[in-house]
Design a protein around this ligand. Sequence first.
Ligand code: ADP
Ligand code: MG
Length: 503
Amino acid sequence: MTEVFQEISPADFFYRNRDIAGFTNPARAMYTTVRELVENSLDACEMQRIPPNLYIRISEVKETSKSTSIYEVRVEDNGLGIPAEHIPSAFAQILYGSKYNLRQTRGTFGLGGKMALLYGQITTHTGTLVVSSTGKTEACEFQLMIDIQSNKPIILSKRDLKTRKWHGTIIQFQTEGDYLRAMPKILEYLKQTAIVAPYADITFIDPRGRLYRFLRATESMPPPPRTTKPHPHGVDAETLKRMIATTETRNMKEFMKKHFQRVGDATAKKFLEYADIDLKKDPKRLNPGEIVVLANAMKNYEGFLPPDPSCLSPIGVKLLETGIRKELNPEFVAVTQRQPSAYSGFPFIVEAGIAYGGEIPRLNKIQLYRYANKIPLLFDEASDVSWKVVNTLIDWRRYKIPTDGPIAVFIHICSTKIPYKTVGKEFIADRPEVEREILNALREVARELSAYLTRKQSLERQKKRLDVFLKYLPKIATYSTKLAEKEKEPEIEALLSKVGKYE
Ligand code: ADP
Ligand code: MG
């Protein structure tokens, strides 16, 4: 017998391996579907600083087994929309997207939203309805399917809609899932999203017709992320080869200056001397061996400035506090934003918050909210670097913070490249640089909570003392008046207010 060799398309690959993209079972598929579509919508709004209005509706079409049904999923946003010519590929061609450049976004692989549509197609054999407009032209409506074997969009129908100035995207399709089992995670996901995006207005209608509203608490939004050039520490030989193939620069000095961030005249010169490459050499004349030498030199040269963090879009302390207060209504909140840092040529910023009391439940452990590029991470908590910091590296006793108290901790890391451990985008690796920043951020907010709790305790002690005085002083006053055979009792209010003031 001879072996049969064949090639499969990316769509076919993900069809066969849908586990890697988070479509492991009907419940997880339902959750991932909502998450991917919401991420796309939020990205589309935040890119242009449009306060997002999101409308999500899941309705049941038909039961397929005891626990699964076919559902119709509809997601609407008021984001920047997609030009009509890109719609078919953006939604029906795997590994096609606008987020492959170096920029902080939720999506990264050109995969997520389409995996949801692909999963819908393979479970229900129906297509997807997409309506989108950038606001510059009229909206366009498509009915699409994915040709899985060739990874090409099939356009079932297309028409222009009469709209005026509306911009945004509507997606509607059918998919099989287990909503009931996915429900707690979906609701948790939306709530946690509302915390980091308090400027978003999110409406969700579930299959039972229940309405969930996450209201906008502020119009202010963080500055949108910007696309950036790579930092020399973050490129490898393959990337270099591609840059060289398309560059218009004629010599190595210009090449370095034009294509990398934070490389000026002096740095380019010093670096090329270090790498032993002629400043005037035409980049296109580098042979493969020289490209590898160049890539290694870039990784090892220590004279580059650290990666430029100004392209990032952290949430900001004010918005993070607003979000925490709006969704959790705690008694006390402290938040902090660390100075930018970098790992392997990628800039990142860590933000942290801690909330105490109020409506935060007591769970016998510190509740951890993890975020990466504003995405809530809900699975595999114990594999995440933040979990490690909260549960093994911080000594909460030192801060006199009870770990079984009503306490929630929030960690957000934003970067042009999040060091996820797996494609599932669920947990972050414990890179030493990242771990250190999280630890320091957490220490800052822990210190603030500690000070608050100490203050609160001393106030409570004071109040107890005052209560004792309040109880006995009137009696002593009456008794001593009698004893002194006086008529009028002394004024004790003045005395009490004095005790109240002094510790
Ligand atoms: P990714 O988000 O990883 O790039 P997706 O398959 O989720 O991959 O989306 C593919 C592309 O379609 C995105 O890069 C984006 O350009 C576009 N897109 C998807 N959803 C929206 C939306 N709601 N509004 C605007 N553009 C969108
Ligand atoms: Mg996406």
